[in-house]
Design a protein around this ligand. Structure first.
Ligand SMILES: Nc1ncnc2c1ncn2[C@@H]1O[C@H](COP(=O)(O)OP(=O)(O)OP(=O)(O)O)[C@@H](O)[C@H]1O
Ligand SMILES: [Mg+2]
Length: 333
């Protein structure tokens, strides 16, 4: 279904085909504008629950959320492949329900299920030197690795030079090298060619590194929106998180930590976490007090705010699951 839709897309590069007026108008108005968009599946969840979004022309917009949050359902609606239950959206200035044909002409998409034909050769799909796939271009796609398939799919979504590109988890399951190749390509498209990129991801690091702005979606609802920097700044102070050796010491540990800031949900199971009101300067005093009470500590982590803290603060759970600090001091066993 998607392949058909994609192949019917025409050229929609306003810089080459239209006048300056249209370009200027396009820069002023949002590339994507979503109002109260909702999708309810029969006997299923409210997969997308009245979301509002605005994506500016030329920006990389990261749509971050865990499995089942509603990311693909949103992309399917915005690319006109799935009708909304209610609400509206304009893509490239066109209504996704009333002007589906125009929307499809303006966009490219690489969906979660790559739209590749397993029996065609890479060269049949397209000429691929630019994407590092030239060597493999004559091989059947059936024999491509996951990373090669993603890159081929991304390349195919760009054939008709779309102004808006939708990428549904473009790097899931890829090794670090293939991931950075895709990041570099996405950045180049946005920075050098002015393509607007709407990209979903489950990876905090990806959303942080790649996006100009992000929205976090959980259970079909937008729980946060902004630049990665502004979202992390809302959290502000670093968090200290500690785990006791002996569960009986839990309340003694909590009593110490909560003198230094407000308790927040912990990343690791069994840990106690506090956002430090005065920052890391209190760490030495915290350690002294814990030691003075004879509480044995299995792990003590200090971490600066990350998008996971934003996610945790908004949803009450961690997107990264349990685990220690990846960006701060860590003492423990
Ligand atoms: N065709 C469908 N029929 C019924 N329920 C569906 C259908 N498609 C998706 N859902 C449900 O809607 C919710 C959102 O699914 P969606 O695929 O949009 O999530 P996602 O954020 O893309 O997740 P993932 O990261 O796993 O790809 C989930 O609860 C899912 O089970
Ligand atoms: Mg999905």
């Amino acid at each position: 279904m998607w392949t058909l839709a994609r192949r019917s897309m025409g050229t929609a590069n306003p810089d080459s085909s239209q006048g300056l007026e249209r370009v200027t108008a396009q820069r002023r108005s949002p590339a994507i504008e979503v109002r109260s968009l909702t999708r309810v599946f029969k006997n299923g969840p409210r997969a997308v629950d009245a979301i509002d979004l605005e994506v500016h022309p030329g920006e990389i917009f990261g749509f971050l959320g865990p499995n089942g949050a509603g990311k693909s359902t949103t992309i399917l609606m915005l690319t006109t492949l799935l009708p909304p239950t209610s609400g509206t959206a304009q893509v490239a200035g066109y209504d996704i329900v009333k002007d589906g044909r125009h929307v499809r002409a303006a966009i490219g998409a690489a969906l979660q299920e790559a739209g590749l034909d397993p029996l065609l050769s890479g060269r049949d799909h397209l000429f691929l030197g630019k994407f590092g796939l030239l060597e493999a271009a004559d091989r059947k796609v059936m024999g491509y690795s996951g990373g090669m398939k993603r890159r081929l799919d991304l390349a195919m979504s760009l054939i008709h030079r779309p102004r808006i590109l939708f990428l549904d988890e473009p790097t899931t399951g890829l090794d670090p090298q293939s991931r950075s190749a895709i990041w570099a390509e996405v950045r180049k498209l946005a920075r050098e060619e002015g393509v607007t990129v709407f990209l979903t991801t489950q990876y905090l690091e990806e959303a942080d590194a790649l996006s100009d702005r992000i929205a976090i979606i959980d259970h079909g609802r937008i729980v946060a929106e902004g630049t990665p920097v502004s979202l992390k700044a809302e959290i502000g102070r670093p968090t200290v998180e500690a785990t006791v050796v002996d569960a009986d010491d839990g309340s003694a540990l909590a009593a110490v930590l909560t003198q230094f800031g407000e308790e927040v949900p912990a990343r690791s199971k069994g840990a106690i976490a506090v956002r430090l009101a005065h920052g890391a300067v209190d760490l030495a005093e915290i350690v002294r007090l814990i030691d003075g009470r004879g509480v044995r500590i299995a792990a003590l982590n200090l971490h600066e705010p990350t998008l996971d803290d934003v996610f945790l603060a908004k949803t009450g759970y961690s997107l990264e699951g349990s685990g220690g600090s990846e960006d701060g001091a860590s003492i423990g066993s």
